[in-house]
Ligand binder design. Sequence first.
Ligand SMILES: Cc1cc2nc3c(=O)[nH]c(=O)nc-3n(C[C@H](O)[C@H](O)[C@H](O)COP(=O)(O)OP(=O)(O)OC[C@H]3O[C@@H](n4cnc5c(N)ncnc54)[C@H](O)[C@@H]3O)c2cc1C
Length: 388
Amino acid sequence: MPPFLYIRHNNYMKDYSNHISIIGAGIGGLALGNILKKNNIPCIIFEKSKKISEYGAGISISPNGLKVLEKLDLDKRFKQVSAQPGYAVFHSNNKIITETSTNVVTSSRKNLHSVLLENYLALDGEILFNHELVDLDLTNKTIYFSNKTNWNVNHIAACDGIRSICKKKLSISNIKPEYSGYSVWRTIMPSHQNKINFHLGSNFHIVSYPIDKNKISLIAAIKDKNSFNESWKEKGSLKDLFSTIPSSIIDMYPTIKDSNEIYKWGVYIRPKIKSLFNNNITFIGDSAHPIVPFLGQGGCLALEDAFIFGNLLKKYKNNFNQAQNKYQQVRIKRIKSISKQSLNQAKLNHLSNPLLIFIRNMLMKYTNVIFNRTKNIWSYDISKIIDV
Ligand SMILES: Cc1cc2nc3c(=O)[nH]c(=O)nc-3n(C[C@H](O)[C@H](O)[C@H](O)COP(=O)(O)OP(=O)(O)OC[C@H]3O[C@@H](n4cnc5c(N)ncnc54)[C@H](O)[C@@H]3O)c2cc1C
């Protein structure tokens, strides 16, 4: 037995040459594994971490992402371990602008990962933790790991997130990520809050939502000239947060003061890749299209990508080139549009000009202009896109 954590299958199986290798067990990689197993397409997941970890992060999955979980028969299980807040309240300068109903499901990332991983394993899926991809040879379809193992595979699905090594190795993008001017604090704290709160302020906005009956996730995004590291593990300071956000808002979250796990994430902008595939590799989720998090769509897009590519492989009977071309054709417009809207959302949330704030608030209070944009994104129906 090699010196790494191996899950499933007692016989050590060295030949993956007819397998799709999924690099990364994040949202996109685990979803793709589930879809391929469901479609009886051989696959194996390689993940660099030792295990799935949480780092105090919540996630909200909107109906477009839930549709994928529904197709995998995982929606009920995910809802059982999550919260369904039902409505969202928007505040501006401590006043409520409006309330709206919502059908997003809010949870901890760990719950979403666990639901996807458990089902993948139940489908007899294989995953190798402690496997960090360090190199690849697209011509020979060979993948190399930092633990000195390597495998020949049938195809590579790059699901390795925003700092994709697959993308780097192909020199698809050598341009350095550019700091967006926004940083985000996030924490999970005890609370029985059962709704979503948005607080829009000049140069900051806060979103809080329940992740289960007893805890909420709070995300505070600020405009900050000083760039901060982009990492799930980087700690932030409560003192910094309190000096930036008005105390009247902080006071609405008394348990935040007891929170010793607060993290801070510098938001970076990366150039979009022109193509979602290259030769024997296909990009899924953040590795394909890293987007800023202000519409809460990165994870949902990763689920959509995985569903569509996994089912196109079935439809085209593993003719990778046909599947890749169709995947690109059906995804690229939506991805570009949501990337652009995510960046604009931060500007809209952080308005500081009083006249513009007034107009935004009136539009939110008396019209559906702003909410319809979100509803359009949420109403995307994956099954209609590829007819499965
Ligand atoms: C603060 C914040 C809040 C967000 N909120 C939301 C939200 O509410 N809703 C939403 O839909 N999206 C949200 N997002 C976006 C969402 O987190 C990402 O878009 C989503 O995680 C992308 O999924 P992925 O599978 O592409 O990548 P990831 O989930 O990042 O997974 C990548 C995986 O690849 C592994 N990996 C990386 N490199 C290697 C390697 N070399 N070898 C092997 N494995 C490797 C990693 O360990 C990881 O497990 C948010 C993002 C941020 C930063």
